[in-house]
Design a binder for this molecule. Structure first.
Ligand code: GLA
Length: 497
């Protein structure tokens, strides 16, 4: 009797327990994950409980709590700038349902109990990183690289025809002859890997080698884009697990420049050591191809990248998050996020991101400020506009030879502010011919005057040239200068000895 009672109680308890009571030891396979975050499975096995994502690999369940039949936890979302929020798993018949948000993506998906083979097939491969080494930095960027990139204007709406037309326009507009020689295809060109793991372009780029030949035939160079992560920022195939193979593919196609963007790699590499190692790995792989390929690091300026960018073979490194076509973002970067000045110099450049000049979101004065700041900073000048259809005014801003000469000066010094006073700033940059470039800026919304304290900045002007207007001004007239709202004046000053 007593025994029967116990059995009955146990049976009742078991019936009351939902399917989910098994979940803490279960492996669940998702049925309907959106492409991002590409969740494949949920494994609940005590200390190693995890969710696997095509973007981020295995993510541990952080702050895991059980509340009745519901699990609540957080997932590192690959992006330390975005707060982690609660993710909820509940039973749903013989499945489980997982709802929440990762990064910018809300999701609501179900998962079925996976069998061993099915779960195993979703194992996410881990690849060891190389031991720390210093990579030989090839001398491929004596002055800051100049070119064009597809991202700011076209994002992923790119194809072979557009890139060819851009190459033609760089030539016919005179931009190539002004120095803009790299034609960089940013995110969105990638297709799938073939049976041997070789990365193929997508259908918009039928023949990458032929495209490189086309670009080269016009006296230009071709740039491509990839990521150390499994996915690029726009969700295309990254180089994770295929570093050497991809470097060789790029070299075989005739690529001359690689932008290597951390993207989903930030979930795998979020310490200074691992980020160094993953950039080192591609730097070594590029060198091993024997082809000269400019190496552009894009990891948003983390871990003081300017201090070690050269040591992984890099020629430029982003100092900031993404620029946008508006004055506030451009000014925030240009005035305040341009990296540590003494990291920049021949063959290794602080990169405050690509240009927005000509994209329509700023006034001419604001774009002149943008160009003036980038030139003073010795920033790479990578055009971001549609050079097939730009206005003469845009072309004039982009091809002012004297402004470009300040950017491209062979000393490679990065200009710095010498006075900040209210809304105005004065910047100077030492040039190789003994002259000094002086930038006068007004960050305010109305016209402002700035009086240049020549003594204080240690400069006695003998001759002064107004660079944008290509005319000499007498030193006496170069004392108090009026600047339009958000405007800039660039001077080239010959000091009295
Ligand atoms: C990141 C980079 C951008 C651009 C996009 C492409 O946001 O910082 O410059 O390359 O990825 O997806």
């Amino acid at each position: 009797m007593r025994r029967l009672m116990i059995t009955t109680v146990l049976a009742g308890l078991m019936a009351a327990a939902s399917a989910f009571a098994d979940a803490p030891k279960g492996a669940w396979v998702f049925d309907n994950s959106p492409e991002f975050p590409g969740f494949t499975r949920l494994i609940i096995d005590g200390d190693h409980s995890r969710v696997t994502s095509k973007w981020y690999g295995d993510l541990p369940l952080t702050d895991l709590k059980q509340d009745g039949d519901t699990l609540v936890f957080k997932l590192y979302n690959g992006n330390p700038r975005v707060a982690m929020t609660d993710i909820i798993v509940k039973p749903d018949g013989d499945k489980v349902r997982m709802t929440g948000k990762v990064w910018y993506q809300d999701f609501d998906m179900t998962a079925h109990k996976g069998d061993t083979a099915e779960v195993k097939a979703l194992d996410f491969p881990a690849y060891p990183l190389p031991d720390r080494r210093v990579v030989t930095q090839k001398p491929l960027a004596a002055t800051p690289p100049m070119g064009w990139s597809s991202w700011n204007k076209f994002a992923t709406n790119i194809n072979d025809k557009t890139i060819r037309e851009i190459a033609d326009a760089l030539v016919s507009s005179g931009l190539r002859d002004a120095g803009y020689i790299y034609v960089n295809i940013d995110d969105g060109w990638q297709g799938q890997r073939d049976a041997n793991g070789a990365l193929q372009p997508n259908a918009h780029f039928p023949d990458m080698k032929a495209l490189a030949d086309y670009v080269h035939a016009r006296g230009l160079k071709l740039g491509l884009y990839s990521s150390p992560g499994p996915k690029t920022c726009a969700g295309y195939e990254g180089s994770y697990g295929h570093i050497k193979q991809d470097a060789q593919t790029f070299a075989d196609w005739g690529v001359d420049y690689l932008k290597y963007d951390l993207c989903s790699g930030e979930a795998f590499y979020h310490t200074p050591e691992t980020v160094y190692a993953t950039y080192q790995e591609m730097g070594e792989a590029l060198n091993a191809t024997g082809r000269d390929i400019v190496y552009s690091l894009c990891q948003y300026g983390r871990f003081d990248v300017g201090a070690w960018g050269r040591q992984v073979g890099g020629h430029l490194w982003r100092t900031t998050g993404d620029i946008e076509d508006n004055y506030d973002t451009m000014a925030k970067i240009g005035f305040d996020k341009n990296g540590v000045a003494n990291h920049t110099g021949p063959n290794g450049w602080n990169d405050p991101d690509m240009l927005e000049v000509g994209n329509g979101g700023m006034t001419t004065d604001e774009y002149r400020t943008h160009m003036s700041l980038w030139a003073l900073m010795a920033a790479p000048l990578v055009l971001g506009n549609d050079v097939r259809t730009m206005t003469p005014e845009t072309l004039a801003l982009l091809t002012n030879r004297e402004v470009i000469a300040i950017d491209q000066d062979r000393l490679g010094a990065q200009g710095l502010p010498v006075q900040k006073d209210g809304t105005t700033e004065i910047w100077t940059k030492k040039l190789s011919d003994g002259t000094i470039a002086v930038g006068l800026f007004n960050r305010g919304l109305s016209q402002a005057s700035v009086t240049i304290p020549w003594d204080k900045i240690g400069l006695k002007p003998k001759a002064v040239r107004d660079v944008w207007n290509a005319k000499e001004i007498t030193p006496a007239n170069a004392r108090t200068v009026t600047l339009p709202a958000h405007g800039a004046v660039l001077l080239k000053v010959k000091p009295a000895l």
